[in-house]
Design a binder for this molecule. Sequence first.
Ligand code: ADP
Ligand code: MG
Length: 397
Amino acid sequence: MNIHEYQAKALLRSYGAPVSNGHVVTRAEEAKTIAGEIDGPLWVVKAQIHAGGRGKGHFVEPEAGEKGGVRLAKSIGEAAEEAKKMLGRTLVTHQTGPVGKQVGRVYIENGSGIARELYLAMLIDRQSSRIAFVCSTEGGMDIEEVAAKTPDRILSFTIDPVTGYQPYHGRRIAFALGLEGKQIKQCSTLIGQLYKLFLDKDCEMIEINPLVVTDAGDLKCLDAKMAFDSNALYRHDDILALRDETEEDPKELAASKYDLNYIALDGEIGCMVNGAGLAMATMDIIKLYGAEPANFLDVGGGATREKVTEAFKIITSDPNVKGILVNIFGGIMRCDVIAEGVVAAVKEVGLKVPLVVRLEGTNVEKGKAILNGSGLDVIAADDLSDAAEKIVKAVKG
Ligand code: ADP
Ligand code: MG
């Protein structure tokens, strides 16, 4: 789960990390009062969406003005005006895709004089199963670009969970970032605070881009992105309360309500599969036959008829889906339950695209009988490659 910059900064602040003072605005009429609570002489007005690259982004509506999603203001009045221009408007960045995202909240914060912009991130390194730090002197830019062009300017290392964070980790980062004097101590303290926050809250990622050295020579977190492990949210009510459902893909949101593992993708073939491994294999084989999957969907082992119905509805609600492949290997999952779910969903929402079903395993005959007796226009398949070939053919002709 992702959160907004202003929420991430509040968390950082609660761990003692240096961030600017700021307040969030959700209603245009409050903009002036809220801006007035923040000290000048410089204000920064920042669109809050779950995507980066806001500064270099642009708005769809001309009323929002020419500037991007991060704007400087020299007075309270100007800050309030910029906030009003952005609220309710659509911001497009390289991370939002061409449709952009509607800005429902704007953050107004104290502007900082910037001497240097640096990059700092923490994430889980799956290879070593450890928390990793990544830092670079090239802040404010896309780290992917830095990695591609100047990989020597990136330092990354992992933390041994047995020792946990040690001050020398902080110093190592400080030296890599070219920090000096009091900044070294500040950096070491910050890294310790971030490490604690990361562990306490079951984070998946924290990215501070940029971490800046201010004109006064102090470190400050000027941007903050945080993602949390969804599987651990049950033990973090405070984090769960930060969820902004308007930022999530409506299909993924519906899926999460039914405890389905669903990820929307860009292709044309919707897949309903049980088991993450089989779901991956199904996506691979769809590609092998020349098409692209529209989603990853694992209905899980013990899915009920209601869950299957919901899953099928989510797939059919995607306008990109030109065909559906149901691929079930019934182990714990029973094929008749899948068949009942598919039939129930089609009765409710109809079926406008070809449907290929491959069933195998527990109660397979019962499942096939339900589908055959339903009057649905189902294309039956015998195995995985047969199923993939048939759905690609049905979609592409
Ligand atoms: P994004 O990464 O989405 O573009 P950032 O928060 O990183 O948004 O802001 C983009 C740039 O705007 C930063 O690299 C920094 O130069 C500037 N900026 C952001 N916040 C402030 C601030 N409080 N004071 C001064 N400059 C800022
Ligand atoms: Mg940034």
